[in-house]
Structures are given as structure tokens and as C-alpha cells.
Design a protein around this ligand. Structure first.
Ligand code: PAF
Length: 280
């Protein structure tokens, strides 16, 4: 497996692969890879001749008060996971390689970035869209893989690809959970033992909402109210949002009469965790 640190190395290698008629899949990540990421790499390996995994903690998607400095990093373990899962290349650039001194171009979206995480993290998606756009231009993948755990991000990227006529397919992959239900996330490592237990309230709320809808509830506000009550019963939890939006326009919606995304963001201590499900 190749470990590339420069844009040029990636472009030269991808050009060679394409000359040989090989298809290329991209899995964009911020590293500290877990089974959730691994499921994306596996799917990409199954569907493409060559797979590139980018490992880059993208500074421009973090606000000044967020966890850029403390975000967990372990390149060696990431490379081992990528290699054993069948990736052909890990792309791990330094921030300077991606954002030189003259960097002044950003991809900004409206509408789909307004609610949910876009409301509490107003500069986040501008950073995500910009880096993902750059990665698409560098790797020129046939397919790119994103987890549904970041459901709004998946909707945002799909919209960007459609709006800007990009030549690739965006593949969304299911949420991977720990045995007890907690959605896998690199940020779970921030949790103390006590917080780890408290964090279960997120998946419990998700499963409750799913069950209510499966049992026939069509009033979204009732579902959100029950989920909110459950989360509020956990003393270490502080709700950022519990919302229902149309999937995939991400507009607030109240009736379950079309595909909807029910998404939550909850602080457990200082750690902000997200979870969601899609229902029809
Ligand atoms: O989902 C993530 O890890 C990041 O937002 C992404 C897509 C790799 C962009 O930095």
C-alpha cells in the first residue's frame, strides 16, 4: 500500500491507474479509523479496482472553539487498517499541502446546510464541502463513500455533486454501532467510563423513535418529544438539537408522510455526539 503525502504523488498514481483502465474509489476520512470507516473501505474495495483513503484532519471545518487540536490521530494504526482491508493508497497531506498561503477559494452551500449541524456549526459545511471538493479533484474517483452517521453531510455532498455536475457517484453506507448500540465515532474516545454509559441515551432515543414510527406514529413532533424526554432523563446529557427534516432536502418537517431524517446532537459532558435514522 502506498502512503502519499503530496497532491502530486496522488495525481501521478491515479493517472497511471486510469491509463490501465482501472476504476478508483475514494473514502474521505479524518483518520483514527474504526469499524465504521472500515465498512466504507470494505465496500469501496468490493466496488472499485483501486481504493484511496484520505486521512486528513481538515482545519477549516473546525470552529475556533472546537476540538481541532485534540482530535485523535494515529496514522500508523490507520495505515494498518487500510492495508489489511485492501486499500491501495492512504493520502495523508499536511495542512500546508492542502491550504497554501494563497488559499482563498471556498465551496459554500445554502438551504441544505441551514438546519441541524449547520445551525450549531455555521462554518462547518463550508469547510467540509471545500475539502471534499479538493479531494475529488485530486483523486478523481469514480465513486466516493460516506457514512450515514453524518447524514446531513451525506445529503450536502450529494447535493454539491449534483449541483456542480461532478463526475462521480456518492455512495452512502449504514451506521455501524457498538454491541450496546452507541454509534461508532472517533470522538467516543473522549468519553470517560461514566460518560460512555451516559452516551447510550443517544442510541436509546434513536431506537425509541424508530419503534414509535414502526408502530404507526405519523406525528413527528410526538416522536421528537418522546426522544427529547428520554435524553433529558440522563443527567450528563445536554441536547444541542433533536429535529426531523425531509430527507434529503434537510428542511424542517412535522409529518412522517415522505422520507424523513430524524437527527440528534447531544453533549455528553464536553463531547458532542450525533446519531440519526431515516424513516418513511
Ligand atoms: O466525515 C468526515 O470525517 C469529514 O467531514 C470528511 C468528509 C472527511 C471531510 O473532512
Amino acid at each position: 500500500m502506498i502512503l502519499a503525502r503530496t497532491v502530486k504523488e496522488v495525481k501521478d498514481q491515479v493517472r497511471e491507474w486510469k491509463k490501465q483502465g482501472l476504476s478508483v474509489g475514494l473514502v474521505p476520512t479524518m483518520g483514527y479509523l474504526h469499524e465504521g470507516h472500515q465498512s466504507l473501505v470494505k465496500r469501496a474495495v468490493a466496488e472499485n479496482d483501486k481504493v484511496v483513503v484520505s486521512v486528513f484532519v481538515n482545519p477549516i471545518q473546525f470552529a475556533p472553539n472546537e476540538d481541532l487540536e485534540t482530535y485523535p490521530r494515529d496514522l500508523e494504526a490507520d495505515c494498518a487498517l487500510c492495508e489489511s482491508t485492501g486499500a491501495a493508497m492512504v493520502f495523508h497531506p499536511e495542512p500546508d499541502e492542502m491550504y497554501g498561503d494563497d488559499f482563498t477559494t471556498f465551496v459554500d452551500m445554502t438551504g441544505v446546510t441551514k438546519e441541524l449541524c449547520g445551525k450549531s456549526r455555521p462554518t462547518h459545511f463550508r469547510g467540509v464541502c471545500t475539502v471534499v471538493n479538493k479531494l475529488f479533484n485530486i483523486v478523481t474517483p469514480d465513486k466516493a463513500y460516506f457514512g450515514q452517521k453524518d447524514a446531513q453531510q451525506l445529503a450536502v455532498i450529494r447535493r454539491m455533486v449534483r449541483n456542480l455536475n461532478m463526475n462521480l457517484e456518492v455512495v452512502g453506507c449504514p451506521i455501524i454501532r457498538e454491541a450496546d448500540g452507541l454509534a461508532k465515532s472517533s470522538r467516543n474516545t473522549y468519553l470517560s467510563a461514566e460518560e460512555r454509559k451516559a452516551a447510550l441515551v443517544l442510541s436509546k432515543a434513536i431506537f425509541l423513535g424508530e419503534k414509535m414510527i414502526k408502530d404507526g406514529e405519523r406525528d413527528g413532533d410526538k416522536v421528537l418529544a418522546a426522544m427529547t424526554q428520554l435524553i433529558e432523563s440522563e443527567p450528563l446529557a445536554k441536547i444541542d438539537y433533536v429535529e426531523m427534516v425531509k430527507w434529503d432536502s434537510i428542511e424542517i418537517h412535522h409529518q412522517i408522510d415522505c422520507p424523513v431524517l430524524i437527527a440528534i446532537a447531544v453533549y455528553i459532558g464536553k463531547t458532542r455526539l450525533i446519531d440519526n435514522f431515516i424513516a418513511e
